[in-house]
Design a protein around this ligand. Structure first.
Ligand code: GTP
Ligand code: MG
Length: 369
């Protein structure tokens, strides 16, 4: 029996041979419906589609990874093509993109990998469609671009967040400032720095009892909710920054556009007309908080054309991270480093491995002799 992909090709071939006119419009409509059903079939998980929860097999390249997530036909592939020059099929029907298509954005000396993903649909986290694979891949991204069609209801945003959250992804949130340590004995030791906060000893104990945990240290340093505490217990949550890309603004009025422009983390664009793509790139750059460090060889000028790009946790990069990025053995051989730039107190400052570097610092590593 022909596979769904083969059937799709057959139907597409038949469509290409069918002349478009009044007499054939019904037949073409039928073919399009068949196509849509087959495309959906491909997106549904099957026994042969591999273990649930694994992402697409695309290698991480460049300095950071950005994923395009959104409903079908919102314009993700159009955006990938415009930003990276890599072609990803664009069409007016849904589920055009059936796999993960990577492209590269070159920006300010950095290489950013951009992933075009199939349109996710509701129920993705429960295994519907390719959604699980999409979300698993989203978990590996340093930034998520949630692409929305401005003409579609804003509830779509909520639905996508719900799907991503179901898979342990937290968007534009910081990990809770809670320390949690299981112990062998001693009961529950609860401490908090917050007066009248959402989390009290009773709630914490009840939640822990549900997890059958009866001995633990819990230290809450900010006003967190019960859900955030549960995130800490579960432990596998991933905190990823996110930009809501409001696409197809060519279809709305200027007044509507002005309103959209004021919402934090929203970036209105038209990928088709290439409107505000520079604004989007700026926002991507800020959210990624990449740290570019220039290497200075002894007695020579730094090479400003070839920075070492680092995507530390929330942009925090140490001299050790920098050394490791050049070569694994270098950190061990290092005696100290000289640093010029905003992170340095003097010009240069002599620092150790733990010194935190900032964007556009210059570093000279001095080896042990
Ligand atoms: N009016 C308007 N249409 C757009 C814009 N960007 C994309 N489109 C159209 O929207 C349709 C879908 O675009 P795609 O880029 O294929 O959408 P997608 O999100 O990749 O869709 P799937 O791969 O099916 O998930 C195409 O007909 C595009 O030409 C835009 O800025 N304005
Ligand atoms: Mg697509």
């Amino acid at each position: 029996m022909a596979s769904a992909v083969e059937k799709i090709r057959e139907i597409e071939f038949e469509m290409s041979r069918t002349q478009k006119n009044k007499a054939t419009s019904g037949h073409l409509g039928l073919l399009k419906a068949k196509l849509a059903k087959l495309r959906r079939e491909i997106l549904e998980p099957s026994k042969s589609s591999g273990p649930a929860g694994t992402g697409f097999d695309v290698h991480k390249t460049g300095d950071s990874r950005v994923g395009l997530v959104g409903f079908p036909s919102v314009g993700k592939s159009t955006l990938l093509t415009k930003l990276t020059g890599t072609h990803s099929e664009v069409a007016a029907y849904e589920f055009t993109t059936l796999t993960c298509v990577p492209g590269v954005i070159q920006h300010r000396g950095s290489k950013i990998q951009l992933l075009d993903l199939p349109g996710i649909i509701e129920g993705a986290k429960d295994g519907r469609g390719r959604g699980r694979q999409v979300i698993s891949t989203a978990r590996t991204c340093d930034l998520i671009l949630m692409v929305l069609d401005v003409m579609k209801p804003i509830t779509h945003k909520r639905l996508i967040e719900y799907e991503l959250e179901g898979f342990g992804i937290r968007l534009n949130k910081e990990p809770p400032n809670i320390t949690f340590k299981k112990k062998e004995k001693g009961g529950i030791n609860f401490q908090t720095t917050v007066k009248d906060g959402q989390l009290d000893e009773d709630t914490v104990k009840k939640i822990l009892a549900e997890y059958k945990i009866h001995n633990a240290d819990v230290f809450v340093r900010a006003d967190h909710s019960d859900e955030e505490f549960i995130d800490v217990i579960e432990g596998n949550r991933i905190y990823i920054p996110c930009i809501c890309v409001m696409n197809k603004i060519d279809q709305i009025s200027l007044d509507e556009l002005e309103l959209l422009d004021q919402v934090p983390n929203f970036c209105p664009i038209s990928s088709h007309h290439s409107w505000n793509l520079d604004g989007l790139l700026d926002m991507i750059w800020k959210k990624l908080a990449l740290v570019r460090v220039y290497t200075k060889p002894r007695g020579a000028n730094p090479d400003y054309n070839d920075p070492v790009n680092m995507q530390g946790a929330k942009g925090k990069c140490t001299v050790e991270d920098f050394a490791n990025k050049i070569h694994k053995s270098i950190a061990a051989e290092m005696k100290y480093a000289l640093v010029w730039g905003t992170s340095a107190k003097h010009r240069p400052q002599k620092v150790g491995k733990d010194h935190l570097l900032e964007d556009e610092d210059v570093v000279q590593l001095v080896k042990k002799t």
